[in-house]
Design a protein around this ligand. Structure first.
Ligand SMILES: C[S@@+](CC[C@H](N)C(=O)[O-])C[C@H]1O[C@@H](n2cnc3c(N)ncnc32)[C@H](O)[C@@H]1O
Length: 254
């Protein structure tokens, strides 16, 4: 019998499917255009190039990105911080299926605990649910030090000054409204202990990697400066910024 393995799902799987279908339609139109003479052929080729650029490029790029991420076993952001805090309490906001949260939980020193919250948007990750993240934690052997529950970044279901570390990996760009982002930052500040650490990972719009993966869709992401300002304006000092293949990691302190 095959052993059950954790299922972390694919980011934006439905979007990838839709983009590839439209993109492949563009490819068919392109072939059709090549076989037609005259103005109609030229028009079809122009339309098909637009369709492939807008849809097939991010469709293939995002699929490739998911495959690369699923094989990535890079370092946990903030491992150095985890090691200097006694029995750290960590909150992972937007934990989803637990890809990052469970990785952090595996690095927790003795007595450490991780709470994860999410609104469980099923379009963000395939199979995104509380059941999935709990099962993944069981399979990865960290269920004794993790607790996952429903909760939003804009209304964090915990008391003031509870956590040593708050982590958000690829989450804040999904909080679309700027007022909601400000609300989330105030909530994070509230639940962090004095001198607590904030870790934010976000894709950088103008990195060549994100342009390669997403094409025109890179506009969904912000520049480093945008996150820099948001973090500083809400009572945090930025201690460190690291760039991992277009993914920006901010380490800040309350
Ligand atoms: C791209 S996924 C990242 C998941 C996870 N952090 C990881 O590293 O795999 C973004 C997650 O943020 C969640 N999310 C979006 N808006 C949120 C909000 N306002 N509060 C909490 N979670 C949110 C989505 O449901 C989704 O699970």
């Amino acid at each position: 019998m095959s052993e059950e393995r954790p299922k972390y799902g694919w980011y934006v799987k439905n979007l990838i499917l839709a983009f590839n279908i439209i993109g492949l339609f563009g490819l068919i139109v392109f072939i059709l255009g090549l076989n037609l003479l005259g103005m109609l052929g030229v028009i079809l080729i122009i339309i098909s190039i637009a369709l492939m650029g807008l849809f097939l490029w991010p469709g293939i790029g995002l699929a490739a990105m998911n495959i690369i991420i699923s094989k990535d076993d890079s370092e946990v952001q903030g491992r150095d911080i985890l090691s200097i805090i006694q029995s750290p309490r960590v909150l992972d906001i937007g934990c989803g299926t637990g890809r990052t949260a469970i990785n952090i939980a595996k690095s927790l020193p003795k007595g450490g605990q991780l709470n994860g919250i999410d609104i469980y948007n099923v379009n963000a990750i395939s199979g995104n649910s509380l059941t999935t993240v709990n099962r993944n934690a069981e399979l990865e052997g960290v269920s004794d030090k993790t607790t996952f529950q429903y909760g939003s970044a804009t209304e964090i279901p915990f008391e003031d000054n509870k956590f040593d570390i708050v982590n958000l990996s690829s989450v804040l760009h999904e909080v679309h409204d700027y007022e909601d982002k400000k609300k989330a930052m105030k909530e994070i500040h509230r639940v962090l202990k004095p001198k607590g650490y904030l870790l934010i990972g976000e894709w950088n719009r103008y990195s060549w990697q994100i342009i390669l993966y997403t094409g025109i869709l890179c506009i969904v992401f912000q520049r480093r400066k945008y996150w820099d300002e948001l973090i500083r304006k809400h009572g945090f000092n930025i201690l460190k910024y690291e760039n991992f293949a277009g993914y920006g990691l901010f380490t800040a302190q309350k």
